[in-house]
Design a protein around this ligand. Structure first.
Ligand code: NAD
Length: 506
């Protein structure tokens, strides 16, 4: 291992973040109370840049999930929540957004320390993205509407009519399970629509990055959410997560994470046939056509994979470039990679932080080694740096074949595989040659070609001359093994609503 990257431990600037971290041994929120795990066991949470222990969290398990689900069920049935009007829920969601904004510096620093991402990523993408979710779904809380339906039923008694309509009702108790790459925004993408719909919730954050979920729970509590409406059980996926996914009194699970664990959700949901939405992995292509504006496409393709150290579900991890410009684009991406400054997320000079854990870094390094062994050429990067080994150099691999593991599997790090192509007509066949279908980007000045390809690529999102553009208004989610359903945008409300038909003879 190369140890040339020296990282100094940096403390947060905000007094509130320092105060939160000084508590060290955090508790979880169940039924309005801050509690330990029933087992009394705890897990350490580390700063991935330095390996230092930031604090400990309860190692929740099945007994804690039972308590949390019971609290969420009681809250779901309590008049304080059940009878709250949409307008009041809207005001609550809006006030949560205001409170998050007021705590912006603290939340950004906590996310950076716990996850490793540069502070500017937390500040300009993650935390504002979370706030937007609360504001967007505050608006949805007052727009939950059924329809009246003229029927064709013609066997009613003489002189009678049919009056039929639909009601939209909250689905009930929701279990939310989220990963570690963008903890706060991915959590907000579930909480905001669920609360707007009138559901109650048990959140299981990722074990490596639970701190902002716990701070968020304090903010939700202070905003005046009735006890039990929002609960957090921290702990390991195979324990707390598995218990939540299988719980017989959970009506719906909203899961974001790997395709592998997403498939386990199907088995876990079977017992009570709970509803499922699954936001899973990807291996998204970035496709550069021969006429692309390279001033835009080169940094765009580089950012598509190197942003957040490649720990982005929609990362442009397969780069396809027309052969006429392949070497120019690859040189450009390689130079971009060389210029990226790795460091501690709180250092303002840092452009890329560590990946979330040593385990994840070793996993990425083994993919790079496997790619080399299979004959790929490492054009830049490939190294694992830092005293903890958690920094992965931005890496570009060429000379790859479609059958290689580095081309087929999600690496979830700053590693892109690049291939040339000859004919634009081939684009759909190689873009779609994957078991995933999360996203893609097309870089070209020929808008007709771009829109034709957007229709032919099997992915939940296709970007044109951009990549990783998110907004609370834009549905996000995957086709094929990238998942079921969409988050963000109007239709995300349906993830948390049931339709009831009322049909009366009048
Ligand atoms: P992961 O699947 O390992 O874990 C996700 C969550 O599931 C964590 O909270 C974990 O504790 C929990 N978990 C693990 N095993 C479990 C089990 N047996 N039962 C119940 N819960 C369990 O994923 P990760 O490594 O934390 O995150 C990276 C993955 O997330 C990548 O594949 C990435 O593409 C995906 N992701 C997808 C989206 C999207 O919107 N499609 C967004 C972000 C991340």
């Amino acid at each position: 291992m190369n140890a040339q990257l020296a990282i100094t431990d940096l403390a947060p600037q905000s007094a509130a973040a320092r105060e939160f971290l000084a508590r060290r041994d955090h508790r979880m929120l169940i039924g309005g109370e801050w509690v330990e795990a029933v087992s009394g066991q705890r897990l350490e949470t580390l700063n991935p840049a330095t390996g230092s222990v930031l604090g400990t969290i309860p190692a929740g398990g099945a007994a804690d999930v039972d308590r949390a689900v019971a609290a969420a069920r009681a809250a779901f049935e309590s008049p304080a929540w059940r009878d709250m009007t949409g307008a009041k829920r809207a005001r609550l969601l809006w006030s949560i957004a205001d409170a998050l904004e007021a705590h912006m510096d603290e939340l950004c620093e906590l996310e950076t320390l716990d996850q490793g991402k540069p502070l500017w990523v937390a500040k300009y993408a993650e935390v504002p993205g979370a706030i937007d979710q609360f504001r967007y779904f505050a608006g949805e809380a007052t727009k939950i509407e059924g329809t009246t339906i003229p029927t064709s039923i013609d066997y009613q008694p003489a002189g009678k009519k049919i009056f039929a309509y639909t009601l939209k009702e909250p689905v009930g108790v929701v279990g939310a399970i989220v990963p570690w790459n963008s903890p706060l925004v991915l959590t907000a993408m579930k909480i905001a629509p669920a609360l707007a719909a009138g559901c109650t919730m048990v959140l299981k954050p990722a074990e490596d990055t639970s701190l902002t979920a716990l701070r968020l729970a304090e903010i939700l509590q202070a905003a005046g959410l009735p006890a039990g409406v929002f609960n957090v059980v921290t702990g390991l996926g195979e324990q707390a997560g598995a218990a939540l996914a299988a719980h017989p009194d959970v009506d719906k699970v909203a899961f974001t994470g790997s395709t592998e664990v997403g498939k386990l959700m199907l088995d876990a949901a079977k017992g009570n046939l709970k509803k499922l939405t699954l936001e899973l992995g990807g291996k998204s292509p970035a496709i550069v056509l021969p006429d692309a504006d390279l001033e835009l496409a080169i940094p765009g393709a580089a950012n598509a994979i190197f942003f957040n150290a490649g720990q982005v579900c929609v990362a442009g991890s397969r780069l396809y470039v027309h052969e006429s410009i392949f070497e120019r684009v690859i040189d450009g991406v390689v130079n971009y990679a060389r210029g990226i400054r790795l460091g501690h997320g709180l250092d303002p000079q840092t452009q890329m932080g560590p990946v979330v854990s040593r385990k994840q870094a070793d996993r990425i390094a083994s993919y790079i080694a496997g790619g080399r062994a299979d004959g790929a050429e490492v054009r830049v990067g490939g190294g694992q740096l830092g005293a903890q080994g958690t920094f992965i150099e931005p890496t570009v691999l060429t000379g790859v074949r479609p059958s290689m593991k580095v081309v087929r599997e999600e690496i979830f790090g700053p590693v892109v595989v690049a291939s040339p192509f000859r004919d634009v007509a081939e684009v759909p066949s190689f873009a779609n040659d994957t078991s995933f279908g999360l996203a893609a980007s097309v870089w070209t000045q020929d808008l007709s070609a771009a829109h034709r390809l957007a229709a032919q690529i099997r992915a939940g999102t296709v970007w044109i001359n951009c990549h990783s553009m998110f907004d609370a208004t834009l549905p996000i989610g995957g086709m094929k093994q990238s998942g079921w359903g969409r988050e963000s945008g109007h239709q995300a409300m349906n993830n948390y609503l049931e339709t009831k038909t009322v049909c009366a003879v009048i």
